[in-house]
Design a protein around this ligand. Structure first.
Ligand SMILES: NC(=O)c1ccc[n+]([C@@H]2O[C@H](COP(=O)([O-])OP(=O)(O)OC[C@H]3O[C@@H](n4cnc5c(N)ncnc54)[C@H](OP(=O)(O)O)[C@@H]3O)[C@@H](O)[C@H]2O)c1
Length: 430
């Protein structure tokens, strides 16, 4: 048997503790699969005194995570601290500089500095692996790099944030409003005390930027992602979605278009017949459409100690077995800068909900605004009657350009009898 792979782990929170536990509980299986033992030699976190529910006896403790990068008895550094900047960035950079393999679950770091770190890894001939950074336990990066590598990817999309999917699923099942469901999710521990990273789509955007880079061989372009969250989705929208045959999901979608690479994260109307419409609760899913393979969907747990540890240790197995492939499916030196498709050029169908005063002529005014911007209406529903009072009106459009739709919405908002800002949700053809 080959000598063991010696591992240093920085960060012993949810994922770090889960990783340590998996490495221990499945050690015999891992050694058999890698042809060598995977052994943790040193660990680092902020507080040495913190009770973590794991036995750290026999492991060297480093107060400074950077010490793991310098340690001669470490072959691979596992970075599970988080955050796009130091200390995570400094640790990963130093470890790669010193010729150590790096495995990380840190989407923020890779979304911001992925191309630069991958080039450094390549220069030093070591691995930079981050399967756990995208959709937790779902092995989507490996699928893209290996099993689907023969395909041109036409489109990739997914439910990339379990908190948002849980909130939207619970809203649909219970008919309750966003704020109410989010509050409950926070009490149950499904949402963070500060949920904005999840709810406003940033976490999904980090993951989408990584998926797009691997799927299309472009440099990670997080700033090129159009990002919207789910705060504006109301119980009424969810009810109308059901009536129209849709479910509302927060999706991250990326595809090459004639205007460049389109990357967007926002609430979508998803046809109920689409497999991804049935991915519920905290589950994540990623769909890849390849030119030869067709459509493939992977579904699973996108977060949590155990699923995330599963992905971290799979990367360590590749390192141990010498099977490390390029981080982004093509050599880092060949990653092309992504040409950004402006969101204004996006083409798609739209759902619009208005609150209007129930007076004659309102519908004609709304229809005129759409017509003047060459947006063609597919259907319109007016719910109930309240002469002189407010009623919801919902319409869907045929495919239109985003810029035209935005102009039409501005005009509709100025119609005197439209009493709230129109709500718009994009309808996806999945
Ligand atoms: N949680 C998930 O389900 C999940 C899923 C996929 C990816 N990830 C990613 O995995 C990474 C870790 O997430 P997590 O949920 O495990 O976070 P966490 O529970 O907050 O743990 C973070 C760990 O990093 C340590 N740490 C923080 N600042 C440090 C510093 N300045 N120096 C040394 N150690 C420091 C903390 O030390 P103390 O324990 O002493 O405070 C803690 O052990 C993040 O990049 C996250 O995005 C998480």
């Amino acid at each position: 048997m080959k000598p063991p792979l010696k591992i240093g782990i920085a960060g012993l929170g949810t994922v770090g503790a889960g990783t340590l536990r998996l490495l221990r509980e499945n050690s015999a299986l891992l050694a058999r699969r890698a042809g060598r033992a995977l052994v943790v030699t040193a660990v680092s976190a902020r507080s040495r005194a913190r009770e973590r529910g794991i036995d750290l006896t026999g492991l060297r403790w480093e107060d400074d995570p950077a010490a793991l990068a310098a340690a001669p008895d470490i072959d691979a550094v596992v970075e599970l601290i988080g955050g796009s900047e130091d200390p995570a960035r400094a640790l990963v950079t130093a470890a790669l500089e010193r010729g150590k393999h790096v495995v990380t679950a840190n989407k923020a770091l890779i979304a911001r500095h992925g191309a630069e770190l991958a080039r450094l890894a390549e220069k030093r001939g070591v691995a930079l692996a981050f399967e756990a950074a995208v959709a937790g336990g779902i092995p989507i990066l490996k699928a893209l790099r290996e099993g689907l590598a023969a395909n041109n990817v036409r489109r990739i999309y997914g439910i990339l944030n379990g908190t948002c999917n849980y909130v939207l699923t619970t809203m649909r099942e219970s008919g309750r409003e966003f704020g109410d469901v989010l509050g409950e999710a926070q009490r149950l521990g499904y949402a963070e005390a500060d949920p904005s990273f999840d709810i406003d789509g940033i976490d999904s955007a980090h993951k989408l930027a990584l998926l797009a880079a691997v799927a299309f061989g472009t440099e990670v372009d997080f700033d090129g992602v159009h990002v919207e969250g789910i705060r504006h989705v109301s119980a009424l929208d969810i009810e109308f979605a059901a009536e129209l045959g849709y479910r509302i999901k927060l999706l991250g979608l990326a595809r090459p278009t004639e205007h460049g690479l389109e990357q967007r994260v926002h609430a979508c109307m998803v046809p109920r017949a689409a497999p991804i419409a049935h991915v519920e609760g905290v589950f994540n899913a990623v769909v890849v459409e390849g030119d030869f393979v067709g459509r493939i969907m992977l579904e699973g747990r996108g977060a949590g100690a155990e699923p995330t540890a599963s992905a971290v240790v799979a990367d360590l197995l590749d390192v141990a077995g010498g099977r490390s492939t390029t981080s982004f499916a093509v050599p880092a030196s060949q990653l092309k800068a992504a040409e950004r498709a402006p969101m204004a050029r996006h083409r798609g169908a739209y759902y619009v909900r208005l609150m209007v005063l129930d007076r004659p002529g309102v519908i004609a005014d709304v229809a005129a605004a759409l017509r003047d911007e060459q947006v063609s209406m597919e259907q319109m529903i007016q719910r109930g009657r309240a002469p002189g009072g407010a009623v919801p009106v919902v319409l869907t459009t045929h495919e239109a350009e985003e810029a035209a739709m935005r102009r039409a919405l501005d005009r509709i908002a100025r119609v005197e009898t439209v009493i709230e800002t129109p709500r718009m949700i994009r309808v996806e053809n999945l």
